[in-house]
Design a protein around this ligand. Structure first.
Ligand code: FAD
Ligand code: MG
Length: 297
């Protein structure tokens, strides 16, 4: 079957993109590999009506509501190839299943490349985070660490005092100048110049320093580098942009990419994402793809 729209990625952005199309009784195929970016976190915060739900609950609610519409099909798996073909697009899943659609919406997200500190990866989303709005409140104004991973971490360190007393671990990665030191002091940020060795502790997190000190923390914030989860945008020829955290798909205000017939939404198509922004972007992409089916480009 040739679908009206193929949506790559069935998480917050992709599910939201499907809804306006489903409600216009368009034939939609959602393909999802099931690896949501926030799958490491116990709870998700900041999305109105779902504040404190688990990431799985939000996705499951969304999927159940979308799949209630009879014109929507779902495939679990990974789209491996997609290319322009005739009036639309054709490709296949990793398992060989062929797919075809008139329009494509990329909602495939990004993956995080984490700082190499031992003990960090297994605590990602639990005691180590990148987004203070998502997980800062639950630290109950306890001691917060910010690990410098690049010059961008200065901004992170300047934000975090709103969530708790903050120590900025420079770790030899970043050296603030006098003006930056004054900014940090004005926000009450403590600077720790020693090298960090690893994260330790179980219920109580500790930063183990190279000099043997253990500094107790309620939570640690660290910026990751992000990379596109899927190579499809590049395969299709969509322009990508370099953001400070990583590459994202360039889109216009209707979430159209530089390739006609392809839209992109959610983390894959923005510098920094969240569940509510992914849902908003998805809605715009779904409406825009539908508009092109009715009226052309
Ligand atoms: P994702 O949720 O990452 O979903 C992309 C989907 O596409 C995945 O299911 C993936 O498997 C699939 N996919 C990728 N490639 C393919 C392919 N080729 N074929 C088929 N499927 C494919 N945001 C908040 O608002 N609140 C929070 O509390 C919060 N906490 C977070 C905690 C952590 C630890 C992290 C890392 C992020 C957190 N975020 C939070 C951010 C949030 O996870 C993202 O903004 C959100 O997941 C973006 O949604 P998305 O639909 O764009 O992408
Ligand atoms: Mg619910």
């Amino acid at each position: 079957m040739v679908y009206d729209v193929i949506i790559v990625g069935g998480s917050y952005a992709g599910l939201s993109a499907g809804l306006p199309l489903a409600r216009a009784r368009r034939k939609v195929l959602v393909v999802d590999a099931g690896l949501r970016r926030n799958r490491f976190a116990a709870t998700s915060h900041g999305f109105l009506t779902q504040d404190g739900s688990t990431p799985e609950e939000i996705a499951a609610d969304g999927r159940a509501q979308l799949m209630d519409y009879p014109t929507v099909d779902w495939l679990s798996g990974e789209v491996a190839e997609l290319a322009a073909s005739g009036e639309g697009f054709a490709g296949k899943l990793k398992d060989g299943t062929a797919i075809a659609g008139q329009r494509v919406i990329l909602a495939s997200g990004v993956r995080d490349e984490l700082p190499a500190l031992p003990g960090l990866a297994e605590r990602w989303g639990k005691q180590v985070f990148h987004c203070p709005y998502c997980h800062g409140y639950e630290l109950n104004q306890g001691q917060i660490g910010v690990l410098a991973t690049s010059a961008l971490s200065l901004h992170h360190a300047l934000m975090l005092p709103d969530w708790g007393p903050t120590t900025f671990f420079l770790n030899g990665v970043f050296e603030p100048n006098d003006a930056q030191r004054a900014q940090l002091a004005a926000r009450g940020v403590k600077i720790e110049t020693g090298l960090v060795e690893r994260l330790a502790g179980d219920a109580e997190l500790e930063m183990a320093m190279a000099d043997g000190r253990h500094i107790p923390l309620a939570g640690l914030f660290a910026l990751s580098r992000t990379e596109q989860t899927s190579p499809l945008a590049a395969q299709l020829g969509c322009a990508l942009e370099d953001g400070p955290m990583g590459r994202f798909i360039r889109t216009d205000e209707m979430r159209g990419t530089t390739v006609p017939g392809v839209w992109a939404c959610g983390d894959a198509a923005r510098q920094a994402g969240s569940v509510p922004l992914a849902v908003a972007d998805g809605n715009m992409a779904g409406v825009a793809a539908h508009r092109s089916l009715m009226f052309g480009f």
